[in-house]
Design a protein around this ligand. Structure first.
Ligand code: ADP
Ligand code: MG
Ligand code: ZN
Length: 479
């Protein structure tokens, strides 16, 4: 069979670290980094007799996430122990939620060109993160750092509704942007605050039953998720094509060799001996509590996008790109309030600024200047102080050494030449030096004018006002 005869089936379990100030069952801080084992106490170090107390903010954030993803919120919920042994888990069980998660039966909508598709969510539950093993710092073994132990997580489990690598990417980006908008997680993938377990299987098109899946654990970049899926899908097709069968197993993606490795056989729920944590009381939520969180949800990416279409008359693509990142879209709105020229702010963000971010591999929140600075740059072009060509050089400088655009222009002597006498002198000089182009233009060759303007720009290092040049060349040659 050919590759096209297979259908790809993907389901994701996404872990997001919540941005509460303190941990889920104690008052230690959740801040990333710090000297090992300095954000710890008897509770998160699992000292005998220490008792956990549930952080109310964790429940609130999880409910927020549930409401923003169309879930039904369970009024009746609880915490369970998931038992397994691993050195980063000092209690030898993780407090999680088993059969009564806080949120169930939601969905996230993704855009597939013209079409929209709903990816169903099975559940969202709360749980604690484990510590971290440092393998490199110590020659004869690993050191355990418990700063991360007890940091609150939500796990967002999707149904196996995703059908391609592209849909996976869109689903994850949409989920990330929703979590950013409701401000429950900073979603910094490089710091591990958003990571995904990627489940994938293949089946013959038309088959009713799903194929056996493999699971790639703890993926934390969009790029490696796409690469890993490409590799794993190919591998599964090869196995089936060669008459083999897929083992249900947990895999590790290795970025350097670009392949997956088997970590262990997949364990079943029964292996974890889940049971309700007797140290914690049940969670009961009132209607009013859920209602008040619902009423206070901020604007979500979808409605912000629609607002951009109507309020600022942006295109679908522009609105999508800007609203995909909360930071970028806040930047846009702030810049627009000052500059009153939404189209220009949007164009700068979508083209020149996006290009630099891409080249320097920066995230939008790493733009080193403010929306006010961008608005000032736009105003300087509008006033004719600089040409739009010079403006691009100013932008480069703004990325290198953040200073006010007006200061950069002054320091570099980039103010546009708009003085009539000065421009006239340049025009005369270029006309004198290029008789062939002058007569070409007289003879009707429009292109020759472009050449002459170009020469004048070269002469003035891009500083001459191009509209004035155009007009004055015409006046000088045709009159
Ligand atoms: P477990 O509890 O053992 O992790 P679940 O049934 O809860 O297993 O599924 C975990 C994830 O795997 C879910 O996101 C689900 O959508 C996905 N999944 C389940 N079956 C398949 C399959 N056959 N192919 C791809 N993904 C799957
Ligand atoms: Mg799982
Ligand atoms: Zn603690």
């Amino acid at each position: 069979m050919a590759r096209e005869d297979y259908e790809i089936v993907i389901g994701l379990e996404v872990h997001a670290e919540l941005s509460t100030k303190t941990k889920i069952f104690c008052s230690c801080k959740t801040e990333f980094g710090g000297e090992p084992n300095t954000h710890c106490c008897p509770v998160c170090m699992a000292m005998p007799g220490a008792l956990p107390v549930l952080n109310e903010k964790v429940v609130e954030y999880a409910v927020k996430a549930g409401l923003a993803t169309n879930c039904k919120i369970s009024q009746d919920s609880k915490n369970d122990r998931k038992n397994y042994f691993y050195p980063d888990l000092p209690k030898s069980y993780q407090i999680s939620q088993f059969d009564k998660p806080l949120c169930e039966n939601g969905y996230i909508e993704i855009d597939l060109g013209e079409e929209k598709k709903k990816i169903r969510l099975t559940r969202i539950h709360i749980e604690e993160d484990a510590g971290k093993l440092n393998h490199d710092d110590y020659g004869r073994g690993s050191l355990v750092d418990l700063n991360r132990a007890g940091v609150p997580l939500i796990e967002i489990v999707s149904e196996p509704d995703i059908r391609s690598i592209e849909e996976t990417d869109k689903y994850l980006k949409k989920l990330k942007s929703i979590l950013e908008y409701i401000e429950v997680s900073d979603c910094k993938m490089q710091e591990g605050s958003l990571r995904a377990d990627v489940n994938v299987s293949i089946r013959k098109k038309g088959d009713k039953e799903y194929g056996t899946r493999t699971e790639m654990k703890n993926m934390n970049s969009f790029k490696s998720i796409s690469r890993a899926l490409e590799y794993e899908i190919d591998r599964q097709i090869d196995v089936i094509e060669n008459g083999g069968k897929i083992d249900q197993e947990t895999l590790r993606w290795d970025e350097v060799s670009g392949r997956t490795f088997s970590m262990r056989d997949k364990e079943d729920a029964q292996d974890y001996r889940y049971f309700p944590d007797p140290d914690l009381v049940a969670i009961r939520l009132s209607d009013e509590y859920i209602e008040s969180i619902k009423n206070n949800l901020p604007e979500l990416p979808e409605s912000r996008k629609n607002r951009y279409l109507s309020e600022y008359k942006l295109s679908e693509k522009e609105a999508n790109t800007l609203t995909a990142s909360k930071y970028l879209s806040d930047f846009f709105e702030c810049g627009t309030k000052i500059s009153k020229n939404p189209k220009a702010v949007c164009n700068w963000l979508m083209s020149d600024i996006a290009k630099v971010l891409n080249e320097k591999e920066l995230e939008p929140d790493e733009i080193p200047f403010s929306p006010e600075d961008l608005a000032e740059l736009i105003a300087l072009i509008e006033k004719g102080t600089i040409s739009s060509k010079i403006a691009k050089d100013v932008l480069d400088k703004m990325f290198e050494n953040p200073e006010k655009p007006s200061k950069i222009i002054e320091d570099n002597g980039w103010v546009q030449i708009s003085d009539e006498n000065e421009i006239k002198a340049i025009v005369d000089k270029i006309v004198e030096a290029n008789p062939q182009s002058v007569s070409d233009f007289k003879g009707g060759k429009e292109k020759a004018l472009g050449f002459l303007v170009g020469q004048a720009m070269k002469e003035t290092k891009g500083k001459a006002n191009p509209q004035m040049l155009n007009q004055m060349f015409k006046d000088a040659i045709l009159k």
